[in-house]
Design a protein around this ligand. Structure first.
Ligand code: DGL
Length: 265
């Protein structure tokens, strides 16, 4: 009996991480829960996000028998990771430490930026994670309320997105950073606009690939990796409208996401 990897986000954003995990680990089964019925997390009190994260993670363990959980949401990870690690019977991987590592590796002038939701930026999780990897890297942060909502509506280009992005990125684009971490898993879907606003000299970093490497290392270390001669199955669940999740999800994620089912706490 193959145990899947469990993964969750407030909505579609974590699919950027799911894509990287599926591509790197094609033999693994995956169960993804998008909490689209209760998104966005970024403007909610930490206690509420902690409760949602606990409910979803517990369901992944009890209802889907997952062997490992990937918190593919920076906002949830920034306030709930320690609690999840302490209470769950399976290993938990977050996107924050892998993202911080990738950022530190990419910056050349040691001046880097991170953008995320209000919850993530206010938590200080990235200041802490980057300082742990390399205290000499100066980090400039900016919260970007509103960007997640564009992605959830499927609006990833156009004047409205561009104008808001320009306004929100002003603190990091004027700070002389050479690298910008997309500290929200929804933002890779806006990478063209963000990259255009930041200009060609700024490298954009997403935590998706580095997180997938972390998952691979953990599975190998704990003897939980599936043998490479099988093809993994991928199941997608939404706490909102599963038809919308399948519709927009297949556009954002690709052909493996043809169907989504309903999930509730
Ligand atoms: N993808 C979530 C993150 O990485 C988005 C949060 C939200 O729902 O506001 O933070």
């Amino acid at each position: 009996m193959v145990q899947p990897i469990g993964m969750f986000d407030s909505g579609f954003g974590g699919l950027t991480v799911a894509r990287a995990v599926i591509d790197l680990l094609p033999a693994e089964d995956l169960v993804y829960i998008g909490d689209t019925g209760r998104y966005p997390y970024g403007n909610k009190p930490a206690t509420e996000v902690q409760r949602y994260a606990h409910e979803i993670a517990t369901s992944l363990v009890n209802d889907f028998d997952v062997k490992l959980i990937v918190v593919a949401c920076n906002t949830a990870a920034s306030v709930a990771l320690d609690q999840l690690k302490a209470t769950l019977p399976v290993p938990v991987v977050s996107v924050i430490e892998p993202g911080a590592r990738a950022l530190v590796q990419a910056t050349r002038n040691r001046r880097a930026g991170v953008i995320g939701t209000v919850g993530t930026i206010d938590s200080g999780a990235y200041d802490k994670a980057v300082a742990e990897v390399d205290p000499a890297v100066g980090l400039v942060s900016a919260a970007c309320p509103g960007l997640v909502e564009f992605v959830e509506r499927g609006q990833t280009t156009g004047t409205e997105v561009r104008v808001l992005t320009e306004r929100l990125l002003a603190p990091v684009s004027s700070a002389g950073v050479d690298t910008l971490l997309l500290g929200c898993t929804h933002y890779p879907y806006l990478a063209r606009v963000i990259g255009d606003v930041m200009g060609p000299d700024v490298v954009l970093v997403s935590s998706a690939d580095e997180t997938a490497f972390a998952v691979r290392a953990l599975l190998a270390k704990s003897g939980l990796a599936e043998s490479s001669d099988r093809v993994g199955e991928h199941r997608f669940y939404s706490s909102g409208d599963p038809a919308w999740f399948a519709h927009l999800g297949s556009r954002l994620f690709g052909p493996e996401l043809t169907d989504a089912q309903s999930w509730s706490a």
